[in-house]
Ligand binder design. Sequence first.
Ligand code: FRU
Length: 496
Amino acid sequence: MRSETLQKARDFENQYGPHIPDEERPAFHVTPTIGWMNDPNGFSFYNGECHLFYQYHPYSDEWGPMHWGHLKSKDFIRWERLPAALAPDTDYDGSGCFSGGAVELPDGRQLLMYTGVRRERNADGFFQDVQTQCIAVGDGLDYEKYEGNPVLDAKDLPEGGSAVDFRDPKIWREEDGTYYAVIGNRASDSSGMILLYRSGDAVNWEFVRVLDASGNQYGKMWECPDFFPLDGSQVLLTSPQEMVTVGLEFHAGHGTLCLIGDYDPQGKGFVRKQVQAIDYGLDFYAPQTLLAPDGRRIMIGWMQNWNTIGAKPDYCRWFGQMSVPRELSIRDGRLFQMPVRELEKYRRQRIAHRNILVCGEVNLPGICGRLVDMTVTIRPAGHDFYRWFRIHVAKDGEHDTIIRYRPDQGTLKLDRTRSGLPYDIVHTRSFLVRPLANGELKLRIILDRFSVEVFVNDGEEAASAVIYTRKEAEAISFEAGGTALMDVEKYELVFE
Ligand code: FRU
């Protein structure tokens, strides 16, 4: 039975969603049907198609009682909108259906596992969240919440675990038919930990172990975990709150964390070996992955950051977008990410320039645009070794988004200070990069109407930022302090 709350959300999105013209949205990055979107949820295959749900508040461009929006895709790039899947309409989730995952059941139905939030007064009389895990089962369009919800609550927590911060189950099914879920939680030291649960039927769950914990080293609460094998290692992803800056690796506030290690389910569990940020740009949070039928591990993230959500145009009919889905791999102990190969199907009008000498600022014929997939390879030339190299995109007299490389420092800086955002907040971020063995630096830059994503050296680092630059600002130029040689290959991205 569809609740009134869900019906109201569906009516609202039907009525107002179509008012938003396509040109006022990104061309291929997912946005909400109407209103607010945050985390990707339930990113998974069902019935041979990729489903993506998202944290959704259709009624305004601000976060509010969380619903689940819904889309599906055959190629990760073009999406079909589906009606809202979940609404906060019961005692146990009346304050929000928070993030979670999805899985296809052996009987052909789709199961969503999410965090139900209700508010209760605490001992001081203040309202506080009570977070529990709930399930809903459906056919890829309509979902029925399980009458026995919640399926996990405070009594299923390990000692010291918090019932206030217990959220974001990511569920998967192993080949032997056992279901597992990783869930974010706050330990007694007030920082984050990731809990592993197991179930034979996706309904009755038992606690297995703590997989890893911040110990107050990598931020406080750990949100939105994911856990999967990749190229012979095991990867734990999470998005910590209140991170502390560590050199150029982690910035302060809401960050992203990729823990790479080994996993021995019977023995020590997860043993962490390497730690890195997932995305080094300004806007990326709460990513989730799926395993595609062809074996690729694909990740999508909320291309936004809680600390920068105030930086938006005064009135938007949609707010929040997803990153381009990214194929993951591990090389030399690091996480690599590249845009899904399906994006290449939409490339048109290749323009390539080789061995261009850049000294001062250079514009090249045919190199411009706002729907762009461009790879720039930079290398030293002659004796006047370049001290810096800048790529300017989304540029006109007033606007300019800059990607700057400083070979002496080994840093790349993404600067969207002049990218149409009216507020004076932090708009730059720098991170460490290493030139390739031949001394070159290779940058793949993906531009959509409202974003720039940079992939360094075939995906060793990724950096994302939202921009609001007007669409007429489509100049691209290259600039060096000293001299550099450059190759550029640029495609227009066309979605007709
Ligand atoms: C992360 C998060 C999740 C929570 C959701 C609520 O961005 O805070 O932990 O489930 O957003 O919308």
